[in-house]
Structure formats: structure tokens, C-alpha cells
Design a protein around this ligand. Structure first.
Ligand code: 5CA
Length: 437
């Protein structure tokens, strides 16, 4: 892609409510544009990053055997009345009437709808366990939408649902998802801390929030610093190992505000180990047994011929929130550097160009074509600006690798730079391997 062609409405004008870095940067870099309070359009650069996050989330869900489907954004109120949540959900639910006067709603979550899909087709223990997920827009009429994509009214979420015959098996599904989340966040360049959490309107009695540390986070957290030393590499996909992993995490004190108790904190965590900080909730998992399956009459025939209400869990990842969360975690000293796995482009070519000298631009074009041939997603900054303006712009866009084409670069030896490191001269043919390392 040529930068001159990219739809990238970079702006300096920020609204007064853009208080945190990620919100400011996403607006400045032309990644999003507010459509109305807490509702955004995703512009090409922002969408590209979000799609990459979505794809990593999808791959990790598929790896644990979860199957993707797609449910609608608009739901009928009927199933919500069956579960009893239609009234309980309150004003956060956007209620709509269709032309026949039927009560509809824009889904804030999908426990009811997935239970309805499940109950109409699965009847026997032989079809269990099952895990289904979708990645879809949600709407919650948040009283105070803020911080850009972090707390929106319309947001993009991966939500998965597990179905098991009994508690023991349901716990295995929960643990698989727990493990999968840690791997997903790791691929996104994040260390997420699982914390015991309240279940709120989703319900149930077992729940973990996955939090990444950030000063601008809305969740206050209290933890023993030992939690940062638990490495997921130690565990594997066997049941006993997964059980041990969840136990290891759960045995270290780590809670958010709602669960915090000062006496307990002081009793369980030595003073020097106590960490009180802030974080962003990027994922949340729940086990709620038959909270939905019972009222919705979702029964499964057990091996003994008994009818059991299926045991369910639900598992969310805030895909659109992650774009902002990753910026909060990675932005430093006015420079953005995307983790390689989700960078909008693999590398940017920055030629020094002037009116009288187009030689660097033609060198850059050759490099560009060569890299394209190697399937590298490359951005060429062909805009007629001086180098300091260019570098400022790329500090904002955040592509982690740059090829700088000035008088020192030839077509075979090019100046290659990883953001925040010294540059070096490399052969064009070696660029691909440099991007992988
Ligand atoms: N049904 C369950 C799990 S599938 C559920 O809805 N869980 S949740 O309410 O915790 O939401 C899941 C994730 O969506 C959260 O961890 C958060 O990352 C993201 N999320 C929730 N509300 C918002 C919001 N208003 N704006 C942006 N992201 C949000």
C-alpha cells in the first residue's frame, strides 16, 4: 500500500473527552471516528488491527475445539423473558420495537440465544461436550461510555459458550478456555492476569477476569506479586495439568475491587508482596451451571436415561477493547510500537525524498515490489514530506519495522530499523527473516 493512497485521516484536533493515550492516539492516527456517544466507525488502519486481533482470537478458539457460528445482533425478547433476564438487565439493554410492535433488543450478550439454538438440536450426552463461539457486535447502553473503544456502547466481542453433562466435565471446559485465554493474550503481546471476579448480570459462582496492567485501566486490582511469576509454558493441555494451572493461579491472592477485603489481603499477602494497581479487563469467563438451561428447558439425556439440564459456561474477550488496551500497554514516550502479530503492516519503507531528488523514491519502489513478491505486507511512505515529519507520523502509526532509504542505502544493502533499536544495514533478501525474528 502507498501511504499517499491510504485513507488515513490523521488529525491534531482532539475532543476534550479524549483523556487517555489510546483514545487520543486512535483518533489522531485516523483509526476510528466517533459516530455518536460510545459508537465508532472503524477506519481502514483501525479495522486492520482489529481484524488481526480477531483472527488470533479465532485461531486459539479453534485450537481447543470451539466451533464458530454467527448469531444475529438483534434478538427477540421472548427468550429473555423465559430466562427471566428481560427485566433484570435494566437500562443497559437497548430495547427496540419492530413494525408489528414486537419487542426486540440489540444483544448485549448471547446466553439465551445460544441455549435456544442448543436445546432445539442436541438431546443426548453422546453429543457432549460442545463449545460454540461467535465474534459479533454487542450493544450495552452504558451510562458513561468513555475512553474511546474501551468502554463503548457498541463493541466487538468474542463470546463462547460451553455445554457439558455435569459439573466435573464443565470444569474441564472452563479450564481449557482459561488456558486458551492466556495463550491468546500472549500472542497479542500481553501478559494477562487471571483474577477471581464477581459474576454480575451473567450469573454463576465461578468466574475470572483477565486483566492487563495499565495505569489508565478502570479496574483496581489487589494482588500478591507472586502471580506475575506463574508461567503458562509450564503447563500442557492434559486435564490434570490444566487443573493444576487454574489451582496455582487461584491460590495466589488476586482480586478486583468488588472482591477486595483489606483484612483478608493483609492476612494472606505479606506487606512486601502486596501490589495495588490498575488494569484493563480484556476477557471474562463464567461458569454458571444450569442458570439458563433450567428455565429454558434445555435437557440432555444422560447415559442412565435421566434428563439433566445441561451445564454451561460463557467466555468473553473484548476484541475492540483490545485495540485500545494494547496501545495503553505498549505506548511509550510518544512512540507506538504494535506487537508484530497485529501490526497493521509488517514493515514501512521511508524514503528521503525531495522535489529535485526522486532517486530514493525509485529505489524504494524496487524494494517495495521485491518485498511484495515475498508476500510481505509493506507500506511505502511516498508522501512528499521531510524526514522529521515522516518519522513523527510513523511514531503514531506504530509499524514496528522501518526501512529507511536515504543516500546511505543501496538497493542491495538497506537501512533496516526496529523501532526503539539502532538501525543496521542488511541485504534485501534478509529482510523477511528479520521480520520474523
Ligand atoms: N457473556 C459473557 C461472556 S461471553 C459476557 O458478556 N461477559 S462480559 O460482560 O464480561 O464481557 C466480555 C468482555 O467484553 C469484557 O471482558 C470486556 O473485555 C468486553 N466489554 C464488556 N463491556 C464492554 C464495553 N462497554 N466496551 C468495550 N468492551 C466491553
Amino acid at each position: 500500500m502507498y501511504l499517499s493512497k491510504l485513507f488515513l485521516p490523521i488529525t491534531k484536533n482532539l475532543p476534550a473527552d479524549a483523556k487517555i493515550k489510546s483514545h487520543q492516539l486512535m483518533l489522531r492516527a485516523g483509526m476510528i471516528k466517533q459516530a455518536s456517544a460510545g459508537i465508532y466507525s472503524w477506519l481502514p488502519l483501525g479495522l486492520k488491527v482489529m481484524k488481526k486481533i480477531e483472527q488470533i482470537v479465532r485461531e486459539e478458539q479453534n485450537k481447543i475445539g470451539a466451533q464458530e457460528l454467527l448469531m444475529p445482533t438483534i434478538q427477540s425478547s421472548e427468550i429473555w423473558k423465559e430466562s427471566g433476564r428481560y427485566n433484570d438487565y435494566g437500562e443497559e439493554m437497548l430495547r427496540i420495537k419492530d413494525r408489528q410492535g414486537r419487542e426486540m433488543l440489540y444483544g448485549p450478550t448471547n446466553e439465551e440465544l445460544i441455549t435456544d439454538i442448543f436445546r432445539s438440536s442436541i438431546k443426548s450426552y453422546k453429543s457432549l461436550p460442545q463449545m460454540l463461539y461467535h465474534i459479533q457486535w454487542k450493544f450495552r447502553d452504558e451510562i458513561r461510555p468513555r475512553f474511546g473503544v474501551m468502554r463503548c456502547r457498541e463493541f466487538f466481542m468474542k463470546d463462547a459458550y460451553s455445554f457439558d453433562l455435569d459439573d466435573t466435565n464443565a470444569k474441564i471446559s472452563y479450564n481449557k478456555m482459561f488456558f486458551s485465554y492466556l495463550k491468546t493474550f500472549k500472542r497479542l503481546g500481553l501478559q494477562a492476569i487471571p483474577m477471581a471476579a464477581e459474576t454480575g448480570p451473567i450469573g454463576g459462582d465461578l468466574s475470572h477476569e483477565f486483566i492487563i496492567l495499565a495505569e489508565t485501566g478502570e479496574s483496581k486490582i489487589y494482588t500478591d506479586k507472586k502471580i506475575f511469576d506463574i508461567k503458562i509454558e509450564k503447563y500442557n493441555f492434559e486435564n490434570t495439568s490444566l487443573e493444576k494451572m487454574v489451582k496455582d493461579f487461584s491460590s495466589v491472592y488476586a482480586v478486583t475491587d468488588d472482591k477486595f477485603n483489606k483484612l483478608e489481603f493483609d492476612k494472606k499477602v505479606s506487606k512486601e508482596n502486596q501490589v495495588i494497581t490498575k488494569g484493563i479487563e480484556v476477557g471474562h469467563i463464567f461458569y454458571f451451571g444450569d442458570k439458563y438451561s433450567k428455565p429454558l428447558n434445555c435437557f440432555i439425556d444422560s447415559q442412565e436415561g435421566k434428563k439433566n439440564s445441561v451445564k454451561m459456561g460463557s467466555y468473553g474477550i473484548g476484541v475492540s477493547r483490545l485495540v485500545g488496551a494494547i496501545i495503553e500497554a505498549k505506548y511509550e514516550k510518544e512512540i507506538m510500537k504494535w506487537p508484530k502479530s497485529i501490526s497493521p503492516y509488517d514493515v514501512v519503507i521511508i524514503p528521503s525524498i525531495s522535489k529535485n531528488n526522486k532517486e530514493n523514491l525509485s529505489k524504494s519502489l524496487n524494494i517495495y515490489n521485491e518485498l511484495k513478491k515475498q508476500n510481505i505486507d509493506v507500506l511505502l511512505d511516498d508522501v512528499d514530506e521531510n524526514m522529521s515529519q515522516k518519522f513523527k507520523k510513523h511514531d503514531l502509526i506504530g509499524i514496528p519495522y522501518q526501512i529507511i532509504v536515504g543516500s546511505k542505502s543501496s538497493e542491495s544493502k538497506i537501512e533496516f530499523k526496529e523501532v526503539n533499536f539502532e538501525s543496521s544495514f542488511v541485504d534485501l533478501k534478509d529482510v523477511k527473516s528479520k521480520l520474523k525474528n
